[in-house]
Design a protein around this ligand. Structure first.
Ligand SMILES: [Zn+2]
Length: 306
């Protein structure tokens, strides 16, 4: 254990130094100091390269990208309205529609790209039914982007990665098998206690900030807790097909409850919004999906992020 301490101290000091120097920045949404080792420009570059990779994968699976004009126009319109009231105006915002009815999902990449899948409003297993509810999901994703949750999480994960690398090197030099075990335990504790908890906090923040955005953009914010209440009551088969957007304990009602707590504030913003949108429109009334993915080529996909 003494050896472990001699190893950990300099490593922790190095990681702490790396985190403290050069990556302190001001949160765009809260105005508070946060740690982020990426600049906004780097974040945009990172998001572009992730987006390129994801589109390549989707094309390999013959998923139709931006091919249904009505739905593409709808997700872009909702995104534009939400982005117009968001905190960061200089990001590379872009909404992409993927016509895959089997994937109940939406997610944001760093820097402003969001992806929305047809399965989100699939009448059998989807979780949103109206334009207002779609706006709740889009606004949640745009909130993640503005809060810079992806790169903040990557910054947080730098410390355990450094520790793991150090442990591997040390174990090799000392040829001590238990060194890796001890460090593996420490890593698990770190990830369980800090990273996961923060991710949950990030989700709650994106829920709240997103509800304020949708209200300011003229969508009825009461739709937001409704979506999360529907999720809490989702069936096993629905949950199988979901859901990075709904990550972390999807079945509990805490998120909907938290949203209800902040609803009066959102409603005041909605009342003050210069334009009210016709958000009660049912998504089931959209014309049939064009260029749907052929049934024979459908493959099951796993989710890929928040
Ligand atoms: Zn989320």
């Amino acid at each position: 254990m003494k050896r472990l301490q001699t190893l950990l101290c300099p490593l922790l000091a190095a990681a702490g130094l790396a985190l403290a120097s050069g990556c302190a920045t001001v949160d765009l949404v809260t105005g508070q100091d946060v740690q982020n080792m990426y600049t906004l420009d780097e974040e945009i570059q990172l998001g572009r390269s992730f987006y390129g990779e994801i589109v390549k994968e989707l094309k390999k699976e013959k998923a139709p990208i931006d091919q249904d004009p009505v739905r593409v126009a709808l997700v872009r319109e909702v995104t534009d309205h939400v982005v117009a009231v968001a905190h960061a105006t200089n990001l590379d915002y872009k909404a992409t529609f993927v016509g895959d009815p089997d994937f109940v999902n939406a997610f944001a990449l760093p820097g402003g790209n969001i992806l929305i899948f047809e399965g989100l409003w699939n009448p059998k297993e989807g979780l949103v039914e109206t334009v207002d509810e779609l706006a709740a999901v889009v606004a949640h994703e745009i909130a993640h982007v503005n809060c810079r949750h992806s790169t903040e999480a990557m910054t947080r994960e730098m410390l355990p990665n450094l520790l793991l690398a150090g442990a591997a090197i040390w174990a090799e030099i000392e040829e001590e098998d238990d060194a890796q075990l001890i460090l593996a335990g420490a890593m698990l504790a770190y990830n369980g206690l800090i990273v996961t908890k923060y991710s949950r906090v990030d989700e709650l923040e994106a829920d709240r900030v997103g509800m304020m955005y949708m209200a300011q953009a003229g969508y009825d914010p009461a739709a937001a807790p409704r979506v999360w209440e529907r999720l809490a009551g989702a069936t096993d088969s629905q949950l199988e097909k979901t859901l990075s957007i709904f990550a972390t304990h999807p079945r509990d009602y805490l998120r909907a409850k938290e949203l209800r707590k902040h609803l009066p504030e959102a409603q005041a913003l909605y009342e003050a919004a210069p334009v009210k949108r016709d958000g009660s429109k049912k998504l089931a009334d959209l014309p049939p999906l064009q260029n749907a993915k052929p049934a024979a080529q459908k493959t099951k996909k796993k989710d890929s992020g928040s």
